[in-house]
Write a protein that binds this ligand. Structure first.
Ligand code: KG4
Ligand code: ZN
Length: 338
């Protein structure tokens, strides 16, 4: 019997129907990028209102695609953490209401654990034990995993997430929102050593990250300290490309170094990587090189399951197997979840 999964943690409204065997029977994602573009970032109030408009049509589409009736569902699962409060509320209230109306059990999903589960969905065999990196617009977190639901948090960003830094650099260069894909595209033709940007905490033994100093270094390379107005800056395309390439290299160097150190330190043979920034081609290439060189296996989430989606909510099946259901008084937990 299939389950319905719902995702609304940030600015994507998504629902999926997952079959017993893990097959994707229905999958609908409504992105809000166009609504947030003019603000160069996700505006929580705008996101919550857009979720409210879209959540029921998105759920309806996923169920219709699956060709089932709500009666056929075994459970309704929803991401209740972490994320923007208003965004989370819309998904959680929708899930609770449908669970009550349709008399179905409710399952809660940790969005970060789901990002890592996207890697399991790409593999025939279990990927555990492994080190897992979630690298997205809101998070840069490293874990040791013994199963989809048994995770030890090793460290994470102490300020900006890697994707957030990509988005801010994109905004400084007027590349639109989200900046990650545009920065990465420009970087392909740039010189990765043109700017000596900082690789914060790369040599420190812990598994925390910091990207705000890098963001500031890029800013100073564009406008100089004290200047605010990026719109008056004139830069050639090749200067922009060099900046993007050097920035991307700094982010990727740190991510690759910390991941390969974690793999070695915890004696596991596999690294798995999920989240929107895992779409980045240079990151994928450098991780692959490192894995080949150091002799561990690497699983990166499939491209369409890197950014927010409800298919990765298939992790709910693992909770159902363990009898882990949520009550109808399920509340949201917006804060950073380890
Ligand atoms: O996982 P996601 O959809 O949302 C969060 O849970 O945060 O990730 C979105 C983030 C954005 O910051 C976006 O700029 C970044 O992923 N991103 C990329 C690329 N594609 C998406 N960053 C770098 N290179 C890319 N190709
Ligand atoms: Zn996400």
């Amino acid at each position: 019997m299939p389950i319905l999964t719902i995702e609304s943690t940030c600015d994507e409204t998504a629902a999926a129907v997952i079959g017993d065997d893990g097959s994707v029977m229905g999958d609908c994602v409504a992105t809000q990028e166009e609504l947030h573009e003019k603000f160069n970032g996700v505006v929580p109030e705008v996101a919550a209102r857009a979720h409210l408009e879209r959540i029921l049509p998105v759920i309806d589409t996923a169920i219709r695609q699956a060709g089932i009736s709500p009666d056929d569902l075994t459970a309704i699962a929803v991401a209740d953490r972490p994320g923007l409060a208003g965004s989370l509320l819309v998904g959680v209230v929708a899930a609770k209401t449908l669970a009550m109306a349709w008399q179905k059990p409710l399952v809660s999903i940790n969005h970060l654990h789901a990002h890592l589960y996207a890697c399991q969905l790409a593999c025939d065999k279990p990927i555990y034990p492994c080190i897992g990196l979630v690298v997205s617009g809101g998070h840069t977190s490293l874990y040791r995993l013994d199963s989809p639901l048994d995770l030890e948090y090793l460290g994470g960003t102490i300020d900006d997430a890697a994707g957030e830094a990509f988005d801010k650099v994109g905004a400084m260069l007027s590349l639109g929102f989200p900046g990650g894909p545009a920065v990465s595209k420009l970087a392909q033709s740039g010189n990765r050593t043109a700017h000596a940007f900082p690789r914060s905490m790369i040599h420190e033994k812990h598994f925390n990250f910091s990207f705000s100093g890098l963001k500031t270094a890029v800013r100073y390379a564009i406008v100089g300290p004290g200047q605010q107005d990026f719109s008056k800056i004139e830069m050639s395309d090749s200067a922009k490309a060099d900046l993007c390439a050097s920035f991307e290299a700094a982010v990727v160097d740190v991510l690759v170094a910390k991941c390969s150190r974690a793999v070695k330190q915890f004696g596991v043979r596999r690294l798995v990587v999920g989240g929107g920034v895992a779409r980045n081609g240079y990151l994928r290439d450098q991780l692959t090189l490192s894995a080949d060189k150091k002799g561990y296996s690497l699983v990166i989430a499939p491209m369409d399951l890197c950014t927010d989606n409800a298919v990765m909510g298939a992790i709910a099946m693992e909770k159902i197997k363990r009898g882990q259901f949520a009550d109808l008084d399920l509340d949201i937990t917006p804060g950073l979840q380890r």
